[in-house]
Write a protein that binds this ligand. Sequence first.
Ligand code: TYM
Length: 373
Amino acid sequence: MTKKKFIVTPWEVRGEVDYDKLIKQFGTKPIDEGLLNRIKKHAGELHPMLRRGIFYSHRSLNWILSEYEKGNTFYLYTGRGPSGDTHLGHLMPWIFTKYLQDKFKVKLIFQLTDDEKFMIKEDMSLDDAVNYGYENALDVIALGFKPDNTEIFLDTEYIKSLYKLAIKVAKRVTFSTAKAVFGFKNSSNIGIIFFTAVQSAPAFLESERQGKQVPCLIPCAIDQDPHFRVTRDVAPHLGYPKPALIHCKFFPSLLGKEKMSASIPGSSIYTTDSPSEARKKIFNAFTGGKATVEEQKKLGGTPEICSVYQYLSYIFEEDDEKLKEQYAQCKRGELLCGEHKQYLADKVERFLIEHQKKREKAKDRIEEFIIRD
Ligand code: TYM
């Protein structure tokens, strides 16, 4: 059997990702039963994304919990590279971050890397990156974060506070390390080579502000891990604690197998899509169904490869029992793809209508969240 190739970097995810292999490749740890029990002890309940193994990998999470138990509370740090509208995949780590914030009652720092997207995307103007930053911030706010424990900034508007930290990191990272971690070439621009230092800075920001070692926990999809490997390597040299991480898998493409991608139309649903656009995309989705209804009824479907089933299990079906039932019915050929698509489309439509209302309201509240210096 030929081995399937895949690639995961902060700027490129290609191929069918083998998540277990990625744990080995990146040197992270799987989230095991013991860790789930520890989280449950504090959070009261496990988020479906934990119960279903969607948040599946970590670094130093046991340490974060031990510090928390000693009364040394962590803060959360996550972000977005504003290269366009927000898709449902981006929401995953933010929905999970909200769960952590509510359960552990901790602060969130949210970085919008307008600088990164300007430097990495040839056709992106700086104005566009800034504008998308503000647009993306509306999606964060719409998820229900509160201004008293959430700070959001764009790098270009908060750089004074980040810069001293960023250059301390940059001085410790050689070009050969940056090349090995991110695959830079001679043709890479020098801005993007430096950029990892800017993404590292917020992991030390609270320690810097408070003048003591404040633990930091970063929820993100596993594509961002390479940045924080660098951050963790330099942390002890700068006298800061290494940030901990909790990683999720990628929300799948509606067209099957690979991570959803902005460059493939129809592969993702955006928070700004109209409900009818979203429905259309769902009705064109790749499923694990058979070629004909007769065959499907006789042989059953394959939910393991079905994007409709995955959409439900990643975000849209909170009820474990219902999900199990749909899996079993699909396998037995009792649930047809058309019906299942309808079921998902109704859920996505309800979500979008609600989210878009909250997004509209967030426009009046954005200044309560944004910090500048
Ligand atoms: P960006 O904008 O590529 O992605 C934002 C967040 O969404 C995650 N993500 C996904 N999660 C699930 N399914 C997907 N299909 C999917 N695609 C992307 C990313 O892992 C990320 O958590 N450089 C960063 C911005 C950033 C950041 C951070 C992210 C700055 N500081 C700290 C995480 C933590 C970026 O371009 O993310």
